[in-house]
Design a protein around this ligand. Structure first.
Ligand code: COM
Length: 520
């Protein structure tokens, strides 16, 4: 169907998206200005964060983009199966964590684990997700003037030609942004009903899990396991290595990771590290898993298994047509301008490898767009602030203390709790979101560290477990990664809004002006 020029409202888009989900609307939805022909300055194959943001920037620079997307909406996996539901679950995990810890105190009733339903939250998300989807379609088409073909598979014919919805479109530049999917680990039983990944968990869950095993040890595994456990459901994480030591979390400071892991233990989230699931058990559906642990073989009962075993790129729509260079895991290799090895072909988003984060996708898409429009833009996505959720928000940017000590002669830190103290020794850091814990369970308030090169006095790393520091970190990262950096004295000169999550801004003021910097 053709919707170009039809002044679609958000509600109108939502109706179309809902019809597409229900199968009522099987045909592609074209928002293409036929009067301008079928040739574009850039075609974005994939309309997730990379494609949608890239197209918007290309359009604002005066170019004509086309986005082709298999789902009936733009925005990709983020609002559909990944970041947005994950944030809903993490917010629930944080609330449930407090409700359990504080039960019987203040106004908190006795915690009823049967009232906290994983299924109910998934159903809530499923029932409402077309709202944000519709907003993105409306914003892209009606506000940003982006032409698109959605609800349609793309087939790349060559570096200048894409077919979709029975039409052929040509282009000066191609941006591949087709995302990624879970890497199946190849374990016996992995296709049994009751085995999910982050996507099928959203699409297919139709029962309340009673006993959960999560396979994997990185972000997805730890985030979802923390949520499941916070609902009161017994949960075991099985990880080949120590949790949070691969992917983006490998850049977490050791002490920050130590705090986060200790707090997971204290919530009775079982972590089986250096362990491998050898078999998923069950006849008709999942009944348990067989695990090889350092202490021997174990069988764990489970009616739900989540695979958090990493991701692989989606290349089917272009692999045969384009002789691209791939890395050892199959991700498309690009340079810092998002150029592939083929002239005029760019790649962005999850397709180019970790970190598989929406914020990296957006910027990689816009970097491609600017280069296509003649602006030499670079994006080094190995140096961006990052975060994950357990029942905490855990945020980091810049160097860990260990990395800083390898690089600089004299490193000092500002950390809370102070060096050598355990979290229970002090109620600090106590800030936005942790005040109730500060006065009830001081060991739960959080952990913070600011790493400083004492010679240049520059902040070189910031690390935080608690609540609400993400906003500060996105700006602090920008400040510390400028060529001139940010010194402790400049940080100490900032106006903080007491009581803020990023405690060390206030603490930096206590140490600023000290001629020979020491830790605190
Ligand atoms: C965010 C999706 S949920 S997008 O980055 O705005 O396209």
């Amino acid at each position: 169907m053709d919707v170009y020029g039809s002044e679609m409202s958000i509600a109108g888009w939502r109706r179309l998206i809902d019809e597409a989900y229900s199968g009522e609307l099987g045909e592609p939805i074209l928002n293409v200005d036929e009067a301008r022909g079928s040739h574009f300055d850039a075609i974005f194959v994939g309309g997730g964060s990379a494609g949608r943001f890239g197209a918007a920037v290309l359009r604002s620079l005066g170019g004509r983009p086309l986005v082709v997307e298999r789902w009936p909406f733009l925005g990709g996996s983020c609002p559909h199966q990944a970041c947005v539901p994950h944030h809903l679950f993490s917010e629930a995990a944080r609330e449930l964590d407090q409700a359990q810890a504080l039960q019987g105190r203040l106004w908190y009733p006795k915690f009823d684990p049967t009232a906290a339903s994983v299924l109910e939250l998934v159903e809530l998300f499923r029932s409402q997700r077309s709202g944000p989807h519709a907003h993105m379609n409306w914003q892209s088409a009606q506000q940003l003037d982006i032409e698109s073909v959605v609800n349609a598979e793309a087939a790349v014919r060559d570096a200048r030609t894409v077919c979709a919805a029975g039409r052929t479109f040509t282009t000066d530049a191609l941006v591949l942004a087709t995302g990624a999917r879970t890497a199946m680990p190849g374990i016996e039983g992995e296709t049994l009903p009751g085995v999910f990944d982050y996507a099928s968990f959203i699409e297919d869950l139709d029962y309340e899990p009673r006993k959960i095993v999560v396979i994997g040890g990185s972000k997805v595994a730890v985030e979802y396991a923390s949520f499941y456990r916070a609902t009161g459901t017994p949960t075991t994480v099985v990880s080949r290595a120590e949790v949070l030591t691969s992917g983006g979390p490998a850049l977490m400071d050791d002490d920050l990771r130590g705090f986060v892991v200790e707090q997971m233990h204290s919530r009775d989230l079982e972590l089986l590290e250096h362990s491998v699931v050898t078999r998923i058990l069950g006849e008709e559906r999942v009944e348990g898993v067989e695990v090889q642990t350092p202490a021997g073989r174990r069988v764990i009962d489970a009616d739900f298994v989540l695979l958090g075993t990493g991701e692989r790129p989606n290349t089917a729509s272009f692999a045969a047509a384009l002789p691209l260079t791939y890395d050892e895991r199959g991700f498309v290799v690009v340079d810092s301008r998002m150029r592939t090895n083929i002239d005029g072909v760019y790649a962005a988003g999850d397709l180019i490898g970790p970190p598989l984060e929406m914020f990296k996708s957006r910027r990689s898409g816009t970097t491609a767009a600017r280069n296509i429009m003649g602006i030499a833009a670079e994006f080094h996505y190995d140096d961006i602030p990052d975060f994950l959720h357990t029942t905490y928000e855990v945020t980091w940017a810049g160097l860990t203390e260990r990395q800083a000590r390898e690089r600089y002669d004299r490193v000092v830190t500002i950390q809370v709790p102070p060096l050598g103290m355990a979290p229970g020794d002090t109620p600090l850091p106590m800030a936005e979101g942790s005040m109730l814990y500060g006065f009830t369970f001081p060991e739960r308030t959080g952990y913070q560290k600011c790493v400083i090169d004492a010679d240049s006095r520059r902040i070189v790393g910031i690390h935080h477990a608690g609540y609400g520091a993400k906003d500060a970190f996105q700006y602090l990262h920008h400040l510390i990664s400028r060529p001139e950096g940010l010194t402790i004295d400049q940080l100490g000169d900032m106006n903080e809004l007491y009581i803020s999550s990023d405690y060390f801004i206030g603490y930096a003021r206590l140490r600023a002006n000290q001629a020979d910097l020491t830790s605190m």
